[in-house]
Design a protein around this ligand. Structure first.
Ligand code: IMP
Ligand code: MG
Length: 179
């Protein structure tokens, strides 16, 4: 496993190694399943950052799962625009379902708050949320996830689905940008 990676001349250092992510994702899957009432779980992933985390999470579930995706506008580069727009909506119905919203990282909370509200309006039976990473120091909107993989400091990270201008999604570990 590389200790550092370089993307477009910027250096990123390993913050969370793959084995640690793997262990945490397995325990998260158990926690999540225990928290839902009986029946299938509709897992809603936010594109694109959640795709790797979601793939590992659903494969750790014993329950029947349905998978759907939403795409909302978020970052250009590393700066939050503060504007959240739905680019791709769900295909599957949410009403009466056990719904788990999955995202890669909870940062300012703008995206998460908006999407949670949109899902709540569709009258799910249960609505819970799960993120791999949480940067509590960055929060602008008062919103938390029910399940968090790792709390991390205010550093820009890539890997395991997370990108820096579309780069770095394929790394197995999480890497933090060097100052
Ligand atoms: P929020 O609306 O500010 O919470 O933005 C959350 C979204 O911003 C995440 O789903 C990511 O796509 C992106 N984001 C926030 N922090 C990072 C980071 O450190 N690396 C990569 N993407 C990030
Ligand atoms: Mg994202």
């Amino acid at each position: 496993m590389e200790d550092t990676v370089v993307l477009r001349g910027r250096r990123f250092r390993l913050l969370i190694p793959p084995e640690e992510i793997e262990r945490r994702v397995l325990s998260l899957a158990e926690e999540v399943e225990r928290a839902f009432p009986e029946g299938e779980i509709l897992v809603v992933g936010l594109l694109k950052g959640s795709f790797v985390f979601l793939a590992d999470l659903v494969r750790a579930f014993r329950r029947t799962v349905l998978v759907d995706f939403m795409a909302v506008s978020s970052y250009a580069g590393t700066e939050s625009t503060g504007v959240v727009r739905v680019k791709k909506d769900l295909d599957l119905p949410v009403e009466g379902k056990n719904v788990l919203l999955v995202d890669d990282i909870l940062d300012t909370g703008r995206t998460f708050k908006k999407v949670l509200n949109l899902l709540r309006e569709k009258n799910p039976r249960t609505l819970k949320s799960c993120v791999l990473l949480d940067k509590p120091e960055r929060r602008v909107e008062p919103v938390e996830a029910d399940f968090v993989g790792f709390k991390i400091p205010d550093r820009f990270v890539v890997g395991y689905g997370l990108d820096w201008d579309e780069l770095g999604r394929q790394f197995r570990g999480i890497y933090a940008m060097e100052e």
